[in-house]
Design a protein. Structure first.
Length: 564
């Protein structure tokens, strides 16, 4: 992922059919605008249109994105119904499907469907619509009307009573009528003339649907974007039912003639954008086995905060991990009637929290989200907000490894980038807070000898052909943090405490355990278990020679008491 990417930019990558041309002609974030308008609607039935005839079957582009969008909407308490034709029989497991016959219905028949279901929105994803000649044509201009049910008639009638949204990647799909002049003049194609309220252009229509889901995930802070493995399994399933690649016209595991591995890139980068950072950096489960420092620091934070809490309020723990501190808070406030919530970027950590602790609502979310899910009376966060999104692409070594931490020179170079991310965090807290917050985070110039040991060991053992390893941290100075709060939020600083923290890592082995806690996940994903074992053995030798222990002088943090 390239720093500065957006969801709309990701879904327009690898353009081969002129969608980049349309984007330049109409330079807005179409997907973002569409979803933000969708989110203004009441929850209810959503009609999703898909299924494009190619060589006797429905093509693979469209059904995949539609299925996962329907699944996401269903998990968010919408009622999705997929509108298609018999070419997609059996495609949409566990999702209600409405199949329109090839001969279609008269207007009364379509109106009866709308009266029965009363959809709040219509969303088309790679569904052929009539062109200016009144025909349904494929990408080669061939008339496919005999095998294309006129679902665009239902879509057009629905437009009179509910907003319409449509994803296209070539020009002959529903929704591309909004761009018909540009498609005719600049792409030299005969476009579909069926327009919509909010069009979305993408290099592959499935990707446009993924973009839609990504914005939903960002808004609701709930993990609904499919993994590559889920998309791969679903593609294999519909190919087994006869679905074909629309460009190759072959029953193969690919979409629009593109290398299927590109799907992993698109889904991975969308996920990274939504959660605001590289999910590999999050704490490993081994953290608690090796180091009690973070837990002890957090307990002190809780004890400072509890006396300020009033009864029957709500409290959010930002960066809750597996929920241990959230649970410790609950034990201490159980008589106050406080509703507790825990949010973390790591879906696996949230699953563990949900399985371990009752009466606390845990959810996946990011403090870089533009739109918080709800407001909370109180917020606390322990040693979390100095983590940042994935570092800029250009911040990498010549050997392909991204440093664990910014050294002093690089921190100066990327200061504005780091502060922009911290600004997002404080804005999120401001938008989510009703009353008081207490935040604890590291300040500038922390643990440089530890990070230098990690870096040098990585380069000694794995100097080349190693995937980028991301552990992005950006510790601000106290002045920088206070300046952001004053300039960009309505928050008031009631109290600011800066102190050295006594860590429990006094032996080389315990220092290594401390490091294992926040490096293991990403290292295993890149180096494998064997490589990680070799890395930790070498690192322990370096710790014995150079670090000895993690002392108070190496770790200073700030505790901010904020109020609205």
């Amino acid at each position: 992922m390239i720093y500065g990417d957006s969801i709309d930019k990701v879904i327009l990558r690898h353009s081969t059919r002129g969608m980049d041309v349309l984007q330049k002609r109409y330079p807005i974030e179409h997907c973002k605008e569409a979803v933000y308008n969708f989110l203004k609607l009441p929850k209810g039935t959503v009609f999703l249109y898909t299924g494009f005839y190619v060589g006797g079957f429905a093509e693979t582009d469209g059904p995949i994105g539609t299925y996962f969008l329907a699944r996401a909407l269903k998990s968010l308490s919408y009622d999705p119904i997929i509108v298609t034709d018999e070419l997609c029989d059996g495609f949409f497991r566990e999702i209600q499907t409405l199949s329109i016959p090839f001969e279609g219905y008269d207007e009364r028949g379509y109106l009866d469907i709308l009266d029965k279901h009363r959809p709040v929105a219509h969303v088309s994803i790679e569904r052929c619509g009539k062109n200016s000649q009144g025909k349904y044509a494929n990408m080669r201009g061939k008339d496919i009307g005999e095998r294309t049910a006129p679902v665009d008639d239902l879509f057009a009638l629905g437009d009179k009573s509910a907003p319409t949204f449509a994803v296209g990647d070539g020009g002959n799909e529903i929704g591309m009528g909004n761009f018909k002049d540009a498609i005719e003049n600049e792409l030299s194609l005969v476009p579909c003339v069926v327009g919509c309220d909010y069009p979305i252009i993408a290099s592959v229509s499935n990707w446009g649907a993924y973009g839609f889901i990504a914005y939903l995930e960002e808004f609701y802070a709930k993990s609904v974007l499919p993994s590559f493995e889920e998309a791969d399994e679903y593609l294999e399933y519909i190919v087994s039912l006869g679905s074909v690649d629309g460009v190759k016209s072959e029953n193969v595991k690919s979409v629009d003639g593109k290398d299927w591995e590109i799907e992993k890139e698109i889904l991975g980068d969308l996920k990274a954008l939504v959660i605001g950072c590289n999910n590999n950096f999050t704490m490993a489960e081994t953290y608690e086995e090796h180091s009690k420092s973070q837990q002890n620091i957090g307990l002190k934070l809780i004890e400072k905060f509890i006396p300020q809490l009033q009864d029957d309020k709500s409290l959010l723990d930002i960066g809750c991990g597996p929920g241990n501190l959230t649970y410790e808070t609950r034990k201490r406030v159980k008589d106050k009637g406080i509703s507790l919530f825990g949010m973390d970027i790591d879906a696996e950590a949230i699953k563990k929290a949900q399985s371990k602790y009752e009466n606390i609502e845990f959810f996946v979310g990011s403090f870089f989200s533009e739109r918080p899910v709800r407001k909370y009376d109180y917020i606390f966060s322990n040693e979390a907000i100095h983590w940042t999104p994935q570092v800029p692409e250009e911040f990498s070594s010549k050997d392909g490894i991204i440093y664990y931490f910014f050294n002093k020179e690089d921190k100066l170079k990327y200061r504005e980038w780091g502060l922009s991310n911290l600004t997002k965090t404080f804005k999120f807290i401001d938008a989510s807070l009703n009353d008081k917050a207490i935040l604890q985070f590291g300040l500038d110039l922390q643990l440089y000898n530890v990070y230098d040991a990690i870096n040098s060991t990585l380069f000694e053992l794995f100097p080349r052909d190693v995937k980028k390893i991301n552990f992005p941290l950006f510790y601000p100075t106290l002045e920088e943090a206070r300046d952001i709060i004053a300039k960009h939020t309505t928050l008031k600083v009631e109290l600011c405490e800066v102190e050295s923290v006594s860590l429990s890592e006094e032996t080389p082995e315990s220092v290594l355990g401390f490091i294992k806690g926040f490096t293991h996940n990403a290292l295993v994903g890149t180096l494998g278990e064997g490589g990680v074992e070799i890395f930790y053995e070498r690192l322990l030798e370096k710790i014995r020679d150079e670090i000895k222990s993690v002392s108070e002088e190496q770790w200073k943090h700030c505790t901010l008491h904020l109020s609205k």
